[in-house]
Design a protein around this ligand. Structure first.
Ligand code: NDP
Length: 365
């Protein structure tokens, strides 16, 4: 049984008299910095000099370059994208670490797959929120919390766990609870959700959308029925609150009867899905996904431009925009900021059907 920590297990005063440098002021960086400061922690920001650094200054934080911030700090929290972290760590962070410092990762990725090897004389911890950046701040401000995966990778001082729990409490995570695990387990679970559960779920959703639209139902109605109304998200929320089985009581008896009897017909799909998921899990655990992604870095920007270009051409993008505009959901109807890929491009593919999208080739390893 894994250890789970709550507020009463953590002591913020271990951070008294320490300087905590947050490297990166993006999704997680800004929210965690604001939460830590509100918890009374002395926070400084290290960032490359651009708009994120300007925002940190506007928010009232002392801002310096990454090397200077690491030099000044006792605790360094790495909150920049995982794929740029190894280079930033080697060039700007590692040379400025001294014995007794603690570095904190919000994802186990780089340690798990040996892309960063910290010096043996420092403490290394994981505090990985199970929450997007904006939620980290919103839930803290609302007085709530969000869970995290936490762990100690290296304990040079003997004090690493107390400091890790202090950080977890300062960002508001021990309010909800923090479960202990290794960097490798955290990274593997995270990647599995992104690479197996998410795509499998997405395929089921897209199959239902395509089938219903081909059967003649209006796209707006189909999307509303399947997810845009918010009913599905609400059911998920109830699943979280009362449990997956008990939430069935919130649905009509017709719904429950149909779900149980017809649900049996889909049982056979479990095995092929499981097989695909196992393959993906093995690639993650063996490190072969991480190797592949590292090798893709030189062409990653071009790859993402291509992904966005194709994505924006899918009929689904138009159905979705039309339905969200009609029902005034989210930011529908407001222009999106221009991107490189939106400039006229004579090579742009003509509109793709959903089936063509699925066969569009991106590197798959
Ligand atoms: P972001 O993409 O939001 O990070 C942006 C920050 O990184 C900005 O300050 C940016 O500077 C800086 N940055 C970007 N590229 C470089 C570079 N080459 N050199 C130096 N600084 C750079 O990251 P996230 O907050 O999304 O992720 C941070 C960590 O948190 C990751 O380890 C991630 O796995 C983890 N995490 C993220 C979650 C999320 O929901 N996003 C959830 C849980 C964990 P500028 O903008 O000024 O260029």
């Amino acid at each position: 049984m894994s250890e789970i920590y709550h507020d009463h297990d953590a002591d913020l005063s271990v951070l008294d008299d320490l300087t905590v440098a947050l490297i990166g002021y993006g999704n997680q960086g800004r929210s965690q910095a604001l939460n830590l400061r509100d918890s009374g922690v002395n926070v400084i920001i290290g960032n490359i000099r651009d708009h994120a650094a300007a925002l940190a200054k506007e928010d009232g934080f002392p801002v310096s370059n990454i090397a200077e911030a690491c030099d000044e700090a006792d605790v360094v929290m790495l909150l920049i994208p995982d794929e740029v972290m190894p280079e930033v760590f080697k060039t700007h962070v590692a040379p400025n670490l001294v014995p007794g410092n603690l570095i904190v990762f919000a994802s186990g990725y780089n340690i798990a797959f040996n892309l960063i090897t910290p010096p043996s004389y420092i403490d290394v911890a994981l505090v990985a929120p199970r929450m997007i950046g904006v939620g980290v701040r919103d839930s803290f401000v609302a007085g709530g919390g969000f869970p995290s995966f936490v762990g100690i990778h290296q304990d040079a001082t003997g004090n690493a766990k107390a400091l890790m729990l202090g950080i977890a409490k300062g960002i508001g995570s021990t309010r909800a609870g923090c479960i202990e695990m290794s960097m490798h387990d955290e990274a593997s679970l995270d990647l599995f959700t992104e690479q197996a559960f998410g795509p499998a779920f997405g395929r089921v959703l897209m199959t239902a959308i395509e089938l219903l639209i081909e059967a003649g139902y209006p796209p707006e109605a189909v999307l509303l029925e399947l997810y845009l109304s918010g009913e599905f998200a609400y059911s998920f929320e109830k699943m979280r609150e009362v449990g997956m089985m008990k939430q069935m009581d919130f649905h009509s008896r017709t719904s429950q009867y149909g779900t149980v009897t017809r649900g049996a017909r889909f049982m056979a799909l479990g095995e092929p899905i499981r097989q695909k998921m196992s393959e993906v899990l093995e690639e993650i655990r063996s490190g072969s996904f991480a190797d592949e992604w590292s090798n893709q870095q030189p062409t990653a920007t071009a790859l993402f431009d291509k992904i966005r270009e194709v994505r924006d051409q899918m009929p689904m993008a138009k159905w979705d925009e039309r339905a969200r505009t009609a029902f005034k959901i989210g930011n529908a109807g407001y222009p999106s900021p221009p991107r490189k890929s939106q400039r006229p491009n004579p090579k742009r593919p003509s509109q793709l059907g959903p089936r063509q999208w699925h066969s569009t080739r991106f590197p798959t390893g």
